[in-house]
Ligand binder design. Structure first.
Ligand SMILES: [Zn+2]
Length: 188
């Protein structure tokens, strides 16, 4: 195939690094492309174009902590689910699952939902957090919300952490608390 830019070189398929621009961010991606042996122009055939789009999406997803195409497929396959079955579990259309697996970037809430519905460790961690929220005495709350109190009897009525009026949970007795955070100020 002749190069459509210089019209003299030949476009040859080769593995190369191309910059992908996704949502205004640029990522170098290693893909197969048609590269002109004369002017260096880069073009894609249809399957290369699809792979390039997916590679760009995955680079963006990695940078933003989202599941990649391969990770979504792997999570689904690990559970032995079809795309339709995963869609039903997530309460989304099968078209969404198909698009995500082709490289369309899922939003953060969909990403969270996929992890909760496919990853045992994430689901377990979520359950722990829920239990700790529902019952702070289990000691699962993040340590930064706990303030050292010399007089345990004052806990937790007299100190609030935020204007929302939340009281910090009573720390687990068996867990030594870190030094008090220097910047915890009482809300007005
Ligand atoms: Zn050329």
């Amino acid at each position: 195939m002749n190069c459509f830019r210089c019209e003299k070189g030949r476009l040859k398929s080769r593995h190369t690094t191309v910059v992908a621009t996704v949502r205004g961010e640029t990522f170098p991606v290693d893909v197969d492309a048609l590269v002109c042996d004369r002017c260096g122009e880069i073009a894609f055939n249809e399957s290369q174009g699809g792979a390039y789009t997916t590679a760009g999406s995955d680079a963006y997803r990695r940078a933003h902590g989202l599941l990649t195409t391969a990770e979504i497929k792997a999570a689904r396959n690990r559970l032995g689910l079809t795309q339709q079955q995963l869609a039903e579990r997530l309460k989304v259309g099968i078209a969404s699952v198909k698009r995500w697996e082709l490289g369309a970037i899922q939003d953060e809430s969909s990403d969270r939902l996929m992890r909760l519905c496919t990853d045992v460790d994430v689901a377990r961690q979520h359950l722990r957090e829920l239990e700790a929220l529902a019952d702070p005495s289990v000691g699962g709350r993040p340590v930064e919300v706990a303030i050292r109190q010399p007089d345990d009897s004052k806990w937790p009525d007299e100190h609030t952490l935020s204007s929302e009026g939340k009281t910090p949970p009573r720390p687990h007795k068996a867990t030594p608390l870190p030094a008090p955070a220097p910047d915890v100020t009482q809300a007005a």
